[in-house]
Design a protein around this ligand. Sequence first.
Ligand SMILES: [Zn+2]
Length: 383
Amino acid sequence: MNMFAKQISSSDLNQIKAALPAKIMNGRLSELLERIPYISESVKSVKYLEGEHATLIDIDTQDLAERDKINVDLDELIDALLVSKISAQKKLKVHARPNGQSQATYPDNSAAYYDGNDVRLMEAIDRLLLEVAVRHGAHVRDYASIYTADIMERNGYHKNFPQNVYGVTQIPHNYTLIKEIRESQSSTIPANLFQNHGAFLQPCVCYHCYAEIQETVQSEIMFTLKGRCFRHEIQWRLNTFRRNEFTMREIVFMGSQAYVESKRLGIMDEIWDLFCSLGLYGQVVTARDPFFHYDDMKTKGAVQLMADAKYELEFISANGNASSIASFNNCQDTLCEKFEVTNDEKSFLHSGCVAFGIDRWRAALYEQYGPDNRNWPEKLKNA
Ligand SMILES: [Zn+2]
């Protein structure tokens, strides 16, 4: 257990305040603040107190055992971060917002539903992204929203990001059971009557493409697809940029190492030009995904490799918040190995994908131009 992160006693039972070791700074500090909400569902907010170099956590439980458990897990998280190496974030491209504007021109208050203007805005931006994909020779696909157990076992997403997934369950087709549920006085179905076959609501869309050509021999191939994605986010962090359910377009490419990297960077340059030509402000940076295995963060080489494997296009809103609206990923040969996609010399293909959060592009464009399409940039209007 960590000897530095001694809890500072807080008279308020609904708060935990912990002094942080001096080495928890910069990248480690932002990782810590990002991860604390996943310690327990009782965590309701996390603050960093700069003057005291401490973290203040609001919890909504009076249960002392639960409180102790949060303290223990917090210590373990800090210990893991202390031995981790987190590379400094690199900026690859920057389009800075001119000074002066500090508020969104069109505040976005709609969270419960999208209206006709929102839908048109999302269709227009998706059309522009689809054009990029098709120009690069992508095959267009539309798949189901559920990943089967087989697809999940191969890609391993649920093991790497268990905090994100939604499982799919169903009632068995069994006459006795169905009759029992229908005739029961209860207004709900007991959870234990559902069966689970290992399927998940898709947290991203690209694995379908690998499944389509699994165990085949290929040279190079590209797909584009769009789908509804589902992620179990921290409830109190939900907003227009962070949703439980959102639409993602991806461009997926498989081939030689050189083909994959040139497609990733080529498409990234085109998307950057599109982003700037739409009058949006932001940057392309190396990514840091939370919840890679702690062991992976211990060697500098692995960290650098991981950072360069994923670039993110961040929209920076008028109030200064950065949100990733696209990512450009090089998966090396890991996914083709899992889905057994090989070339004719029997080596696994390399692969990569470019993923766009359509809802986030909408939120970015809405903030800038609002709902009335007469104010939209020409490119969007024409799309
Ligand atoms: Zn992907």
